[in-house]
Design a binder for this molecule. Structure first.
Ligand code: GCU
Length: 414
C-alpha cells in the first residue's frame, strides 16, 4: 500500500488532484477472512454482516435496537395545511414507557389528494422542525440548538424568528406537489451536536450507566438510530407506504443517513447529500477533509476506535465504498456540490461507482458512467450521482433529482 503523502503532511489539506497519491481499496467481493463472494446470497449472508460489524467496531460504534416501551403521541393534526394541499401531523415518539424523558418530535407532511398510502422522504434537520417551513403551528424546539448570530440564535435556544429558516433545504411544497410525503425531526432531539452533548442525549438517557467503550456509538450513531425510530413510527401510519420510504441526509446528517440505511434495510432508498469524509467520500483518497481532522473537530461523532486511523486511513479495515455498497440492492443517490471541495466530490463519485460489482450481484446496474460527469448532469441507474454547481447546501435542484429518482424506482412498481 502506498499512501505516504498524508503521513508526511498531516496538518495540511489537499486540494490538488496530482497530490492525491495512490491507494488500494479494501475489496468488496472478498470477506475479511478471505472468502470470495460470488452471489447475492453470499453477499447477504456473509459479507453484509461482516462489513456491518467492521464499520460498527472501527467507525461508527455499535447500534442498539428498538427500545421496549417505545410509544407515540399525536401533538397536533391539521387536515388543511399548505393552503389545503397537505395534512400536517406532529407526533412525539417516546423512547421509554414514560411520557417524559427521551423523545423525538416528528413533523409529518402528507399530500391531501393521495389515493392511497404515499411514498415518503424521511430525514433529520439541523435547526428544529419549525425551521423546515414557516407555518406557525409547527412546534418550536425547546432543546439545545447551536448559536447562530446571523439567525439571531443566542443562549442555545430557538426563537420564532427562525421559523422557516431552512425552508429552502426542504422544499415541502415541491415534495407534496409531486405526491410524496415528508417526515422530519430535529437531530438535537437525539443528541445535541457538541462534545458534551451525549450527556443529555439518548446515549446517556437510554443506558443506566454509560461508560464509553472503544466501539461505543457516537453522535452519528445516535442520529442514525433516531432515523430508524422515525421509520418505526411511520410503520404505524396507514397513510404512509412504508415500503417506499427514502432516507435523505445532508452533510453530517448524510453520514448518519448512510449508516442508518446500511443497517436498516427497511429504508427503500438512501440519499446522501454532500456527506463527505466519514460519509460517501473515500477515506483513502487524500483530498479535502481527513479522518484526523474529523476526529479533531468533532470528537463526539464517531466511535473512539475511529481515532486510531487519524492520518492512517490506509490502515482502516474498511473504506466508504463498502458503506455505500451496504445499501445494495436498494436505490442509492450520492450528490456532491462543486464549491464543496471539502467533501471531495470526486471521492464521492469514485466511491459510488465502486459499488457497481455489488449491484451487479443483484442483477442491477449502478453508476453507468465511466468518468465523473460534468456539472448538473446526473448519471447512473440504481445508483445515481450528481455534482451540482454551487455551495455546500441542499437546494431545489437537489430535491428535483431525488424526486425524479424516486419516481423512477418507486412509481414503476405501483
Ligand atoms: C463540517 C465537517 C463535515 C460536515 C459538515 C456539515 O464541514 O467538517 O464533515 O459534513 O461540517 O455537517 O455541514
Amino acid at each position: 500500500l502506498s499512501f505516504t503523502t498524508q503521513a508526511q503532511e498531516p496538518e495540511k489539506f489537499n486540494y490538488d488532484e496530482s497530490q492525491v497519491g495512490t491507494y488500494i481499496l479494501p475489496p468488496l467481493l472478498q470477506t475479511p477472512d478471505g472468502k470470495k463472494i460470488t452471489s447475492s446470497t453470499q453477499w447477504n449472508t456473509q459479507q453484509r454482516p461482516a462489513l456491518l460489524k467492521l464499520f460498527a467496531d472501527n467507525v461508527y460504534g455499535r447500534l442498539p435496537g428498538k427500545p421496549t416501551g417505545m410509544h407515540y403521541k399525536v401533538i397536533s393534526e391539521d387536515k388543511s395545511a399548505l393552503g389545503g394541499k397537505a395534512i400536517l401531523k406532529q407526533v412525539t415518539i417516546y423512547f421509554t414507557p414514560a411520557d417524559t424523558g427521551a423523545s423525538m418530535d416528528v413533523l409529518l407532511y402528507l399530500p391531501k389528494q393521495a389515493k392511497g398510502p404515499v411514498p415518503v422522504f424521511a430525514g433529520l434537520n439541523f435547526k428544529g422542525n419549525h425551521t423546515v417551513h414557516p407555518d406557525p403551528q409547527i412546534k418550536i424546539t425547546s432543546r439545545w440548538v447551536a448559536n447562530d448570530k446571523n439567525a439571531g440564535i443566542t443562549g442555545n435556544r430557538a426563537n420564532k424568528q427562525t421559523r422557516g429558516l431552512q425552508a429552502s433545504r426542504w422544499v415541502v411544497e415541491e415534495i407534496i406537489a409531486r405526491g410524496y410525503g415528508l417526515a422530519t425531526a430535529y437531530y438535537g432531539d437525539l443528541e445535541p451536536d457538541h462534545p458534551e452533548g451525549y450527556k443529555t442525549g439518548i446515549r446517556t438517557q437510554l443506558s443506566k450507566n454509560l461508560k464509553i467503550q472503544p466501539n461505543e456509538w457516537g453522535a452519528i450513531g445516535a442520529w442514525a438510530w433516531g432515523m430508524s425510530r422515525m421509520l418505526d413510527y411511520l410503520e404505524t401510519e396507514p397513510a404512509v407506504n412504508v415500503k417506499k420510504v427514502a432516507l435523505q441526509g445532508h452533510s453530517r446528517i448524510g453520514k448518519a443517513a448512510l449508516w442508518a440505511g446500511a443497517n436498516d434495510t427497511r429504508f427503500a432508498m438512501v440519499i446522501s447529500n454532500e456527506s463527505g469524509e466519514g460519509g460517501a467520500a473515500l477515506a483513502r483518497r487524500w483530498y479535502g477533509e481527513t479522518v484526523a481532522r474529523l476526529n479533531e473537530a468533532f470528537p463526539h461523532w464517531f466511535s473512539p476506535n475511529y481515532k486510531k486511523f487519524d492520518n492512517k486511513p490506509n490502515q482502516m479495515p474498511v473504506d466508504q465504498h463498502q458503506l455505500l455498497a451496504l445499501v445494495a440492492p436498494r436505490p442509492l443517490y450520492v450528490a456532491s456540490a462543486q464549491e464543496d471541495q471539502w467533501s471531495d466530490p470526486k471521492g464521492e463519485f469514485l466511491s459510488a461507482q465502486a459499488t457497481n460489482p455489488v449491484y451487479a450481484l443483484f442483477g442491477k446496474s449502478g453508476i453507468t458512467a465511466a468518468e465523473m460527469p460534468g456539472l448538473n448532469q446526473p448519471v447512473g441507474e440504481t445508483v445515481r450521482y450528481h455534482n451540482r454547481s454551487g455551495k455546500h447546501d441542499v437546494t431545489l435542484y437537489d430535491w428535483q433529482q431525488y424526486l425524479d429518482f424516486a419516481d423512477k424506482h418507486f412509481r414503476q412498481t405501483q
